[in-house]
Design a protein around this ligand. Structure first.
Ligand code: UDP
Ligand code: MG
Length: 336
């Protein structure tokens, strides 16, 4: 290490340690009037012992709630100076709400958590400890599914199975949105400009040094899960489309398979029936031959669609305009 980089390194550390490090806690809120007061109380209880070393800001993003959540948030804001509330004009969805929170966050680290207390607040110190030990992304991973229905369990199993098969970046099963992001990761995240977004997918795409915190998923205390089946399917489709080009290429691969199979069948028919005069006595009917020919053409058409898809894929990656690479300004020192 040159003396210069050593100095600048020291500079950044001392700047960070001279004041308290600030940690932003980002909570997307959609119709959570009943859990919000308890949620904030728990947050305060868990963070108060840490205030010797850290300061906290709580960013609640009200995603167009139709209940009294806005009023509850306003009263939290008036009671606690550390609370900041962002109000959406309508419901934009959790992913956008989290994005807005990350844009607004000013801490050296940001922690994203749900308002329904399914992400145990008590684990915050563990996230922070892993961050202090050098992790740049700390991901909460669910150990079990609580009392969630077997149907939901199946859906989420299927979701991860499919996603990890076709995604271009590795996906951790049961990884949740309960995450801590270092400032560097937040800055990189804030550069991403795509509109169709799945927060955890983008965070996975960004990479950086990862650590995991395992937790048992509690059951929702109040209100309803706002992700209905239709919404989940939408989320799944969105994840697939934004993380993978496989669905686009699928037509092409199918076309190649069909063309090959029907081509082989066609050659077999020509040789067996026309050249060798049907020694096996298969007596191919006219419609059967027509069917094979037809399959062949369908295969060719699918290959053509697959080729078009390749162009669409390249347009897609131009349009989402992700940075070509993500640079790290400095590597966080590792404790161990
Ligand atoms: N949420 C949101 N906008 C929505 C739906 C949900 O901000 O359109 C918030 C919700 O208030 C909660 C979190 O996102 O804090 C997770 O929502 P939920 O518990 O309904 O979904 P789950 O992930 O538990 O199935
Ligand atoms: Mg929930």
């Amino acid at each position: 290490m040159t003396i210069l980089t050593k100095l600048s390194h020291l500079g950044s550390r001392s700047a960070a340690t001279s004041g308290k490090q600030k940690i932003s806690i980002i909570v997307p809120v959609y119709n959570e009037e009943r859990s919000l007061p308890m949620m904030h109380e728990q947050l305060q209880a868990v963070t108060t012992p840490l205030t010797k070393t850290y300061s906290f800001e709580y960013i609640y993003v009200n995603d167009g709630s139709s209940d009294t959540s806005p009023g509850v948030l306003a009263s939290l804001e008036s009671q606690d100076k550390a609370v900041r509330v962002l109000e959406f004009s309508r419901n934009f969805g959790k992913e956008i709400a989290v994005t807005a929170g990350l844009h607004a966050s000013t801490g050296q680290a940001a922690i994203i958590m749900d308002a329904d207390m399914q992400h145990p607040v008590a684990l915050l110190p563990e996230f922070i400890a892993k961050w202090e030990a050098g992790a740049e992304v700390v991901v909460g991973v669910r150990k079990r599914y609580g009392k969630e229905s077997s149907q939901k369990r199946f859906h989420s199993w299927l979701f991860y199975k499919l996603l990890s098969k076709i995604s271009d970046v590795p996906v951790t099963p049961r990884a949740t949105d309960y995450r801590l992001l270092d400032r560097e990761v937040v800055d990189a995240f804030n550069q991403l400009s795509e509109r169709n977004r799945i927060t955890r997918g983008l965070v996975d795409w960004l990479g950086f040094q990862r650590e995991y915190v395992y937790f048992e998923s509690a059951d929702r205390l109040y209100g309803q899960v706002s992700y209905k089946f239709g919404k989940l399917v939408g989320l799944a489709v969105n994840s697939f489309v934004s993380l993978s080009l496989f669905p686009l290429r699928f037509a092409g691969w199918l076309g190649i398979a069909i063309t090959l199979l029907s081509g082989l069948a066609g050659i077999f028919i020509i040789v067996e029936d026309f050249l060798l005069n049907d020694p096996l006595g298969l007596k191919f009917s006219g419609p059967a031959m027509l069917a094979v020919l037809n399959m062949f053409w369908i295969g060719i058409v699918l290959i053509a669609i697959g080729l078009v898809a390749l162009y669409i894929a390249s347009i897609h990656s131009e349009v989402i305009n992700r940075p070509l690479y993500v640079l790290r300004k400095h590597r966080r020192p590792r404790a161990s």
